[in-house]
Design a protein around this ligand. Structure first.
Ligand SMILES: CC(=O)SCCNC(=O)CCNC(=O)[C@H](O)C(C)(C)COP(=O)(O)OP(=O)(O)OC[C@H]1O[C@@H](n2cnc3c(N)ncnc32)[C@H](O)[C@@H]1OP(=O)(O)O
Ligand SMILES: O=C([O-])CC(=O)C(=O)O
Length: 455
């Protein structure tokens, strides 16, 4: 394109922005006037009840006389407290992700035999279809692994002989395939990203028989295939903690919205991946680490509360960091006093920081966790009780395990695909399900059409 053309299309683009701004303002007062549940949230911040589920339960407050009372967070999978679930498999010296996946998908803890058969099924489905990596990943790589993952999941539709078959056995079988394949797609998408965008050597490792999801993931993303048993156990725990979070979280709800239309599983899961990528949702784990990069640079003395406080204020006022006004890793739609996953991950982060000589960094994370509620109150007047969410410490744990930042959000997807599949199947098979179709109050005044030469 010539310079003049470029300038004139830039000017036209600018004028289009002006056109948009002139005609698209929505008065915030409308939300109250028309009783619109912004973000599908009631006035007190609680979520609008949009469905019934048996899969997961997230508790962060209780209601007393119609008021929200903050409480320590609790996460429940299929009626079982996640902390109890973790204690169960850790104390018996097993990996827990496959057992958790079985529980979430089918609704009951597996027997020893069922667990072994399920692990075998996952192993059989791990291999991607012939030429899939070459045609769908290497030929069209992406600088963003989540973007590649969404596109690859959507592409699996054309490698499935019966993609729109809605029978329960087909849906479950597609779900098992996705749980098995998503980690492999992530590993290959990451390899392609490193090769085509970072000029690194290309290595593609095939998943190994006899290794579970966490071990295979570490095996595949490390160029020398090496990992320790301790690393695999910690990653397994992270996967369990990220596997599910109720029907209302943005990505599960996205998946349920698509599923309610009767579309195929690949479309629904690809959309959920797109949702999780967002920086206010799963993408926050990467944003947390980027934000700490800014804080570490911008704060001279990490142990000086006043300096950290002042920098957090700048983040909120969009004067520092990525200028979004957010302190990533803090706040949650449901949790108030604590996110149980953050509590567990913080414990592991502290232990790892001690052994890796990274206690100063860990303590800076703790300071941000401690000071953010106060800064949110003073700078934004925010009265809500705010705690660290799962994303505050997960990135630090991954960093100390030597897992590259581009994989933080994809790892979330590796775990959460199980929750999404469980929600999809529940949405499709619940009796009397209906297409999800909320309303939008239309506020544009009516006006006549004007012929082209009279505008
Ligand atoms: C896996 C997950 O998805 S966990 C969440 C990961 N996301 C993040 O860490 C991003 C930072 N946090 C946030 O953006 C929010 O806390 C969310 C998106 C997680 C929850 O959002 P909401 O439920 O709408 O927040 P809530 O009702 O508690 O907040 C009310 C106000 O406080 C603000 N707020 C809440 N948390 C933060 C934060 N971390 N930084 C800045 N402002 C915040 C909200 O933007 C909102 O302000 P507004 O009224 O000016 O729009
Ligand atoms: O529940 C939510 O809103 C966000 C979420 O998925 C999580 O915290 O894991």
């Amino acid at each position: 394109m010539q310079n003049d053309d470029r300038n004139s299309s830039a000017r036209f683009m600018e004028s289009l922005c002006g056109e948009y701004q002139a005609h698209n303002h929505i008065d915030p007062a409308f939300y109250e006037r028309y009783n619109v549940k912004r973000g599908l949230r009631n006035a007190d911040g609680t979520g609008v009840m949009a469905g019934v589920t048996q899969i997961g339960n997230v508790m962060g407050y209780y209601l007393q006389d119609g008021e929200r009372v903050p409480a320590p967070g609790k996460l429940v999978y299929r009626g079982i407290d996640v902390e109890e679930l973790i204690n169960g498999f850790v104390s018996e010296g097993r990996f827990g992700y496959e057992e958790t996946a079985y529980l979430l998908l089918f609704g009951a803890l597996p027997t020893r035999q069922q667990l072994a058969s399920f692990q075998q099924l996952l192993a059989e489905h791990r291999a991607l279809p012939p030429m899939f990596t070459e045609d769908m990943i290497l030929k069209a790589p992406s600088p963003d692994v989540m973007n590649k993952l969404a596109r690859a999941v959507l592409a699996l539709y054309s490698y499935d002989d019966d993609p729109d078959n809605m029978s329960l056995s087909n849906q479950l079988s597609q779900a098992i395939q996705l749980v098995a394949r998503v980690p492999v797609i992530v590993a290959h998408a990451f390899a392609a990203k490193r090769h085509y965008y970072d000029n690194e050597s290309l290595y593609l490792h095939r998943p190994q028989e006899g290794l579970g999801v966490a071990e295979n993931f570490l095996y595949s993303v490390r160029h020398d295939n090496q990992f320790t048993a301790e690393e695999a156990r910690l990653l397994d725990l992270c996967l369990v903690l990220h596997a599910e979070h109720g029907g209302g979280n943005n990505s599960a709800f996205t998946c349920r919205v698509l599923s309610s239309s009767g579309t195929d599983i690949y479309s629904a899961i690809a959309a959920a991946i797109g949702s999780l990528k967002g920086p206010r949702h799963g993408g926050a784990n990467k944003k947390v680490m980027e934000m700490f990069g800014y804080i570490e640079q911008g704060v001279g003395d990490w142990k000086d509360d006043d300096e950290v406080r002042a920098y957090l204020g700048k983040l909120l006022k969009k004067e520092a960091g990525d200028r979004s006004g957010l302190i990533y890793g803090m706040g949650h739609a449901i949790y108030t006093l604590s996110d149980p996953r953050a509590v567990i991950l913080k414990r592991f982060a502290k232990n790892l920081a001690q052994t890796k000589g990274m206690l100063d960094e860990f303590e800076l994370f703790e300071t941000v966790e401690r000071l953010t509620p106060e800064v949110l109150r003073t700078v934004k007047g925010e009265q809500k009780v705010v705690c660290a969410n799962v994303d505050l410490f997960s990135g630090l744990v991954y960093k100390m395990m030597g897992i590259p930042m581009e994989l933080y959000t994809p790892l979330f997807a590796v775990a959460r695909v199980v929750g999404w599949c469980a929600h999809r199947i529940e949405e499709v098979y619940q009796p009397g399900n209906r297409i999800i179709r909320p309303a939008y109050k239309a506020v544009a005044p009516m006006r006549p059409f004007v012929p082209l030469d009279q505008r």
